[in-house]
Design a binder for this molecule. Structure first.
Ligand SMILES: [Zn+2]
Ligand SMILES: [Zn+2]
Length: 386
């Protein structure tokens, strides 16, 4: 089964759950009003908030994961975050209103209406429907190995419990304990408040750039270290955007490899992470030649820029070498100083000259070492590949 089939199956389950929630919401709000059960109305509002959440998730999956554009180069994940907070606030306020209503009802329990017995049937139907969708969603979740769907399934189970509370409240009210209907309503309103609270808190965590859990970071670190050529991870930063993880990794590599090989390693790490973890959305790679302290890096460009360093070196070599003899000078900026790799065009130089070249650089404080190579041969092969 490919990922698009799995995704469409997941969407199907969510759609069925949403339709059931909408149906139960209508049934309980209307039925609760007719049978004068406040608990049933509250449970109907609970189902409505669940349906709204599902619709939001489906819409987000459809539209909000639009590709980054010029105005939003980091993608549109945070729109989802913002929408979720808005939804959480609405749910939380709804719960507050319901709790206030319940409080007022409890002020005068003698005046409370007796809910009609028909409400019992509606509550039973709601419990049965929610239990059924719990088992159905769980079966699909296990087949697709989807934690998100498993969480959805458990939510359905908690919805069933919510309706059980309503059933108990209704039975109590039938027995003459009128306040039990309101007590059940308070219980359900607290569930709605919890949903609203969690939606808000999860999204706020995202907005203040909270890191992913330590266990996930360790998983990601292991995945990076499995790539050949990666000597270490000097820093791993993470945050989330619309449920997708954004990673910033600093990779320790052999300082002697070329820029393009370092870049290649970064690409491999990046692909390995997005390939292994479906919730990793973006990986920003920084290549470190050593476990350095960025504050101590030779960042004084005036002094240590390539032009400047080359000029100083060549000035000191002017009596020993001609410009034509030099094929290439590579500079390695490491913490202990700049390592100079000099490649000469001629095949041979004397030991004496080599020592003179090194000695000439001694007064330059920034230079840590010099290596001298001879260019022996260069051949282009398989040029069509380049
Ligand atoms: Zn619910
Ligand atoms: Zn660095």
């Amino acid at each position: 089964m490919d990922s698009s089939t799995a995704q469409s199956q997941a969407i199907n389950v969510t759609l069925i759950g949403m339709a059931l929630d909408l149906f139960l919401a209508g049934l309980k709000i209307i039925g609760g009003t007719l049978t004068q059960s406040f608990a049933l109305v509250t449970d109907g509002i609970h189902s409505l908030t669940d349906a709204i959440t599902d619709i939001f998730v489906l819409l987000v999956a459809r539209f909000a994961h639009a590709a980054p554009d010029e105005e939003h180069p980091y993608g549109h994940g945070r729109f989802e975050t913002l929408g979720t907070i808005g939804m959480g606030v609405v749910f939380f306020s709804t719960a507050a209103v319901l709790l206030y209503d319940s409080y007022q009802r409890l002020q005068n329990t003698e005046d409370l209406p007796v809910p009609a017995a028909a409400g019992l049937g509606i509550a039973l139907l709601s419990i049965a429907g929610k239990e059924w969708i719990f088992h159905y969603t769980m079966r699909v979740a296990k087949r697709l190995n989807s934690n998100l769907l498993k969480a959805n399934a458990w939510h359905s189970r908690s919805d069933a419990i919510s309706s059980v509370a309503v059933l108990i409240g209704l039975i109590g009210a039938q027995q003459g304990y009128f306040w039990m209907d309101t007590l059940a309503a308070i219980f359900v309103a607290c569930i709605i408040a919890t949903i609203g609270w969690e939606l808000c808190m999860d999204s706020l965590k995202e907005l203040v750039d909270t890191s992913i859990p330590k266990q996930r970071r360790q998983q990601i670190q292991r995945c990076i270290m499995a790539v050949d050529g990666i000597l270490g991870v000097t820093r791993l930063r993470s945050r989330s955007s619309g449920g997708k993880i954004i990673l910033e990794v600093q990779l320790l590599v052999n300082p002697r490899i070329s820029v393009s090989e370092g870049h290649q390693l970064g690409e491999i790490v990046s692909r390995s992470l997005t390939g292994n973890f479906s919730d990793v959305g973006d990986v920003i790679v920084h290549i470190d030649p050593e476990t350095h302290n960025h504050d101590k890096a030779l960042h004084d460009m005036e002094l240590f820029g390539r032009e400047n360093v080359l000029e100083s070196i060549k000035e000191r070599w002017q009596d020993l070498l001609t410009e034509e003899q030099i094929e290439e000078v590579s500079l390695h900026y490491l913490e202990r100083g700049i390592e100079v790799d000099l490649t000469l065009r001629q095949a041979q130089i004397s030991d004496a000259l080599a020592q003179q070249l090194a000695a000439a650089l001694e007064p330059l404080q920034a230079i840590a070492s010099v290596r001298i190579y001879n260019k022996l041969h260069e051949a282009s092969i398989n040029q069509q590949l380049s």
